[in-house]
Design a protein. Structure first.
Length: 230
């Protein structure tokens, strides 16, 4: 049965491959990203697929505008995949408040507020999947110059656990996938010269299956999806 799915950060990398796969499977997907060029390429790639693709080029931090678009185009939501992320690699002593605010706005505050404002639109047994990082998992190996990104993903992991409790009475489920290395532009920027453990297409298949099938058997969990470090 076709689902109504919202994917953020859909114009490149993992979000691009994930959206394309979900449309190929026949779902109705609202793909959101800032890059108009990337979304147009996505549209071209999905043109012959059986699902329905709706494009929305905007800054996801404008949550109110995005929720209005979701209500207009999808009406209801079965799956929300919070994939969009801001990244910064910088020496700790040179970090500014504005830079930290930018990372946390996109990686922490926006996913939380988006869930809050979408709550009336979630169908019963809807599934929220927060795309996190193994770098945000307690006890995992940490790397210099990645403090803003890793710590923001750590916050997203705790938010995931809390949302499962907050949304329990609404029959809406929330999990996080803490990804390891995936061959994306972000990974190459973080770890130049390293070979990633998975391709975007391989990881997209895993995320799609999890998003569509894991709930309600799995809820409030942060699951590491990694076999290399980084």
């Amino acid at each position: 049965m076709a689902k109504h799915i919202l994917v953020t950060g859909a114009s490149r990398g993992l979000g691009f491959h994930l959206t394309r796969l979900l449309v190929h499977q026949g779902h109705k997907v609202l793909a959101v990203a800032r890059s108009q060029e990337g979304l147009l390429q996505l549209k071209q790639d999905c043109s012959a697929m059986k699902g329905q693709l709706i494009l929305q080029a905007q800054d996801i931090n404008n949550v109110e505008e995005l929720v209005q678009e979701v209500e207009r185009e999808l009406q209801t939501v079965d799956v929300l995949i919070n994939n969009a992320a801001a990244f910064l690699k910088k020496e700790f002593t040179k970090l500014s408040r504005d830079e930290l605010q930018r990372i946390y706005n996109t990686n922490v505050f926006t996913p939380l507020l988006l869930v809050q404002q979408l709550l009336p639109l979630f169908n019963s047994h809807a599934h929220i999947v927060n795309i996190s990082s193994v770098g945000g998992v307690q006890g995992s190996l940490k790397f210099k110059e990645l403090l803003p990104y890793s710590s923001s993903k750590g916050a997203l992991n705790i938010i995931t656990e809390c949302l499962a409790a907050e949304l329990d009475e609404h029959l809406v489920y929330c999990n996080a996938l803490a990804l390891g290395s995936v061959s994306t532009q972000m990974f190459k920027k973080a770890f130049p010269g390293f070979s990633a453990g998975a391709s975007p297409n391989e990881m997209a298949k895993y995320i799609a299956h999890f998003a569509l099938n894991a709930a309600p058997l799995i809820n409030g969990k942060v699951i590491s999806v990694s076999h290399t470090n980084p």
